[in-house]
Design a protein around this ligand. Structure first.
Ligand SMILES: C[S@@+](CC[C@H](N)C(=O)[O-])C[C@H]1O[C@@H](n2cnc3c(N)ncnc32)[C@H](O)[C@@H]1O
Length: 245
């Protein structure tokens, strides 16, 4: 198995003790919120479909469970798909299918989401979830390194062929995924990038591992990138929203 971070794991809270922004009560919910406040936020501020609640339970017993997005993040992605009137969505990093199902459910019946992952095992769970949610005909899974899939999509469908891209895979390739998404997403479309706060490690100078450095470098580059409008949202492990100019 590749090193932990290269699959897209956020650093575990217990490994993160003492890091800036670390909170002993931090859960897999939104960074900086106590478990109690996060539970309140989820209870009154997100409507999780039953199929996603079941997927969360199924994924919770897996060693890689921390890779799954938070409930409130699924609700936000769903809201963004609807607000954009998105018909074509790209996902980089599918795992067991939480984010893809949340977005597919928000698409119109003729909408499409292309999901990129390298794991047959994880995406077998996702396939079952898409079927259970009744959205399997909206989803196209590409099992290959995502950089290759992005190149293939650009060659086949052309620039500006997607309304929204969600990036949530191996962190050292984030820069490449964003460059690919900047070509594939139309002007006025949206790119959402997960784990941009990386459990607070981005501001700890002692954290110099490749994943942390990749996220830190990307955040710094995007802060002044004239090709996009930007807002970094402190939801879950940090979510950057880029509106393509
Ligand atoms: C953080 S998880 C994605 C979580 C998912 N968005 C969800 O809602 O549960 C990261 C995923 O990226 C995949 N991945 C890792 N390296 C990849 C690569 N080079 N190309 C495509 N997918 C990759 C892993 O197999 C894993 O399923």
């Amino acid at each position: 198995m590749p090193p932990r971070g290269s699959w897209g794991f956020p650093p575990a809270a217990e490994e993160n003790r003492g890091a800036p922004g670390y909170d002993a009560t931090m859960s897999r919910g939104s960074i900086g919120l106590s478990d109690e406040l996060n539970a309140y936020l989820v209870a009154v501020g997100a409507r999780e479909p039953e199929v996603l609640a079941r997927l969360r339970e199924e994924t919770a017993v897996m060693p890689e469970a921390r890779m799954q997005i938070a409930v409130e993040q699924g609700a936000l992605l769903s809201m963004l798909v609807k607000l954009l009137g998105a018909r074509r969505v790209l996902e980089v990093g599918t795992f067991t299918g939480y984010s893809s199902t949340a977005m597919a459910l928000a698409l119109p019946p003729d909408g499409r989401i292309v999901c990129c992952d390298v794991s047959q095992e994880f995406t077998d769970v996702a396939r079952r979830t898409w079927a259970a949610a009744g959205v399997e005909d909206r989803v196209e899974l590409r099992l290959a390194p995502a950089l290759e899939t992005l190149d293939a999509l650009l060659a086949a469908d052309g620039a500006g062929s997607f309304d929204l891209a969600f990036i949530d895979a191996d962190k050292t390739n984030y820069g490449g995924y964003v460059e690919g998404a900047l070509l594939l997403v139309r002007p006025g479309g949206l790119i959402a990038i997960d784990n941009v706060l990386w459990s607070g490690r981005v501001i700890d100078p002692e954290e110099t591992d490749a994943d942390t450095q990749a996220i830190r470098d990307l955040n710094a580059d995007l802060a002044t990138d004239e090709r996009v409008d930007i807002v970094m949202v402190p939801i879950a492990d940090g979510l950057t929203l880029l509106r393509v100019r």
